[in-house]
Design a protein. Sequence first.
Length: 211
Amino acid sequence: MNIIFLGAPGAGKGTQAAIVSERLGLPTISTGNLLRAAVKAGTAAGLEAKTYMDSGALVPDEIVVAVLKDRIAESDCEAGFILDGFPRNLAQAGVLEEMGVRIALVISIEVSDDEILSRLSGRRVCLKCGATFHVQNAPSKAGDHCDVCGDALIVREDDRPETVAGRLEVYHEQTEPLKDFYGERGVLATVSGTGIEQTNKQIMALIEGSL
């Protein structure tokens, strides 16, 4: 069973994908994580992707597709997988179809732009251990340092307000049309992204109904 999560940056795709992954035993493939791993490893694709990621722009399709193809070819994807962050435009959706990837369900998590801006601009990340906090919703007890390892917390470049605004503009222009694309194929469903538990209940009901 192959599932796609759609939604604006910060809508909760990664959180919900992780929960569903654990419940269904399917691997989650986040192109964002794949690209960040490539950046950290200093690969050619990673270095090229970094210039786009730092400015909030979308990484070119050829880079994203290359890392994705390698990932879904691994054995743990044979029974299905969850895509978080791909496709991001109609061209990428077309590539998936050309690859023969059958999508069983596309879930769009709906959150207002104002809420997205609040969520992302308040996020703080520990580069050392990867822990994530939020100044309002889940603050670190150590203030501007990580509760887990004690290292300093930072604001990622793509979480800065001006960058978030740019990312939202790109989402509405390039990614949101995918709702019509998958709606025409009869596999699209939408859920409210307010509240992790409430959102997950909606998602699991949709998945159970599609099995």
